[in-house]
Design a protein around this ligand. Sequence first.
Ligand code: SF4
Ligand code: SF4
Length: 175
Amino acid sequence: MLSYFKNFFDTVRTVFEGLSVTFSYLIRHPITIQYPDRIDYRVQDTLPRRYRGHLEVDLDICTNCKACERECPISCIAITDSDEPDKKRWMAEFDIDLAKCMYCGICSEVCPTGAIRHSQEFEGACYDPIAMARHFVLDSPMAPFKPTRGGETDSALARKVEIGKDYMDVFAQPK
Ligand code: SF4
Ligand code: SF4
């Protein structure tokens, strides 16, 4: 009989113990953040460098080696060479289908210049998957980048080369 009442009181006590944790949340300050309209900073700016957001390509430092296109396991990248005779190996199209991309990072890992890289951008919801295709050659064919022995003399291009190297260094570091 004694054990019956002991079990009964233990049951009631543990139920209230559990509920006390639940009720404590009624008077705590909420820690969830409403997105996207109630924060005063860009979430993208808070993401780590290794974050794999939407791919971006800097064609000014792209050698048109096509390593990214070859290695992509699901063929999201399509690079087409120009058929103009005086623009051999120039890029007429450099497209990435972000609707197919699984953000595995292989393309950016194999790129020798850091031209293709993941950004911190992740917002891309749209109603039509066609709108997820990114076209990096905009008007006329782009000449492939040829590194200059001894470093680039054009300061803007040298800066782009540095950004590409910096991106590759971040991913080369141990996690
Ligand atoms: S991140 Fe992966 S799936 Fe996406 S384009 Fe690069 S290699 Fe292809
Ligand atoms: S983005 Fe990089 S891997 Fe792809 S073609 Fe250009 S240089 Fe080669």
